[in-house]
Design a protein around this ligand. Structure first.
Ligand code: URA
Length: 209
């Protein structure tokens, strides 16, 4: 599928299967989401630009590669997007974090914003928007629209599971934003849940159901 990178590394696929199991504990579900967050982050940052800098090892001076440009911004969509955050920050500790609070109206399935906080110079940074479940695509599309309004130009979307409907809606709204996901499932049900999916990611992370 164009514009979508399915990260089908065996470790990610194995961990995702563990997460789908309805008997998985809340603690273990959270741990796995963080681990997968780290692994997808590794892939999504694969093509970051590099520059050579002068350093001295204990033995000799050398030119060594370092990541060029401003620090990344990780932008989790609350609340489930935070499930990726710790693993990603373990990998890229200097990244900035933007929080985007959106909830899905249960009647209309549309996104409603209740919180937004991002670094001022977001226009100069690569922004990775995180939401484990790309279901209707409305929340992810609304989050990216908001980030673009604030000046963000270089945006990528990171999800765990995607529905074809969500990918289509998101890509219609933001054809310039590439998606990284661990799997594309069959479809959405009438309540906007991904089938077969893994249930409500937020509830499973926080034990709220
Ligand atoms: N959000 C979830 O957490 N799960 C779904 O299946 C769809 C949206």
């Amino acid at each position: 599928m164009q514009g979508v990178i399915v990260v089908n590394h065996p470790l990610i696929q194995h961990k995702l299967t563990l997460m789908r199991d309805k008997n998985r504990s809340t603690k273990n579900f959270r741990e796995l989401l963080n681990e997968i967050g780290m692994l997808i982050c590794y892939e999504i940052t694969r093509d970051l630009p590099i520059e050579m800098i002068d350093i001295e090892t204990p033995i000799a001076p050398m030119k060594a590669p370092t990541i060029a440009g401003k620090k990344l911004v990780f932008a989790p969509i609350l609340r489930a997007g935070t499930g990726f955050l710790e693993g990603m920050l373990n990998l890229v500790p200097s990244a900035r974090v933007a929080h985007i609070g959106l909830y899905r109206d249960p009647e209309t399935l549309k996104s409603v914003e209740y919180y937004f906080k991002a670094p001022d110079d977001i226009d100069q940074r690569l922004v990775i928007v995180m939401d484990p479940m790309l279901a209707t695509g409305n929340s992810a599309a609304a989050a990216v629209t908001r980030l673009k309004e604030r000046g963000a130009k270089n945006i990528r979307l990171m999800t765990l599971l995607s529905a074809p409907e969500g990918i289509q809606t998101f890509q219609r709204a933001h054809p310039d934003v590439q998606i990284w996901t661990a799997a594309i499932d069959s479809h959405l049900n009438d309540h906007g849940y991904i089938i077969p999916g893994l249930g409500d990611a937020g509830d499973r992370m926080f034990g709220t159901k």
